[in-house]
Design a protein around this ligand. Structure first.
Ligand SMILES: [Zn+2]
Length: 257
């Protein structure tokens, strides 16, 4: 399977409006970070996790115009608000896109983007809006998309819960400050784990770098990839200080698992 990091940044992106590049060296392209989305694919099936506000730019950069399923981790703007860019995928595929998340996130989507679930007007024959087919999933659930085995993990994001996804030997856990025991169990034996780490100091809703390293020492993935990075993180200087199994994500990064 192949993972593509479409966006490795936090909600503000790097550079961030009003705060610029922070600690990040503007000369290093790996410090230019758009908002979080990733692709997970094999030869037959392609899954998009989250529709970042930068989705149009991200899908053009990765040359993607077909998606078999969209998964949502939660309804915060940096993970959801690019939803309208899915219309272009509907047009290319001439079909509705299956979308998966929990009832709580569906409630957010219905409240803010209810038109994505509404039928097309009968007098039209083209996708003038994004069209998603709703599938409800819940924590602890296991299901299949193509040949992929999917597991849905519960995550604590401070004031709300988010979903983590295990996809075969890969797992994606972003926007998480604590993990319940059952989620550690689902991570058992994972080869590559991509985890959100905002910056190096503790935060109320996001894990910080050393906390994620501690988790990984318990989960023992072969590769730990830190993502959802803020402008306070400089790729080069932090990379040098990470343990051997850990690395930083960057936009356009491709990982073969
Ligand atoms: Zn986020």
């Amino acid at each position: 399977m192949k993972i593509t990091v479409l966006g490795s940044g936090h909600s503000g992106g790097t550079p961030m409006i009003g705060e610029g590049w922070g600690n990040a060296d503007p000369k290093n392209p790996k410090n230019y970070r758009t908002r979080p989305s990733i692709l997970v694919e094999n030869a037959k099936t392609r899954i998009l996790i989250d529709t970042s506000p930068d989705l149009r730019f991200q899908l053009l950069s990765a040359n993607i115009d077909r998606i078999d399923a969209v998964f949502y981790t939660h309804g915060h703007a940096d993970h959801l608000n690019g939803i309208d860019d899915l219309r272009a995928i509907n047009r290319v595929m001439n079909d509705w896109i299956p979308a998966y998340t929990n009832p709580q996130t569906w409630a957010d989507i219905v409240k803010r983007f209810n038109y994505v679930l509404e039928p097309l007007k009968s007098e039209t024959n083209f996708f003038y809006k994004p069209c998603l087919k709703r599938y409800d999933i819940n924590v602890g659930q296991q299901f299949k998309i193509g040949a992929f085995n999917i597991g849905v993990m519960d995550q604590d994001h401070g004031f709300m819960r988010t979903l983590g996804y295990r996809i075969d030997n890969f797992a994606y856990s972003t926007d998480v400050v604590d993990l319940p025991e059952e989620s550690f169990e689902m991570l058992n034996g994972v080869n590559t784990w991509m985890v959100g780490a905002l910056w190096e100091d503790p935060h109320t809703t996001h894990a910080h770098v050393s906390k994620v390293i501690d988790w990984a020492e318990r989960v023992e993935p072969q590769r730990l990839i830190l993502t959802h990075l803020s402008h306070r993180i400089d790729y080069e200087s932090l990379s040098k200080r990470l343990p051997e199994f850990a690395e930083l994500a960057y936009d356009g990064m491709i990982i073969n698992v």
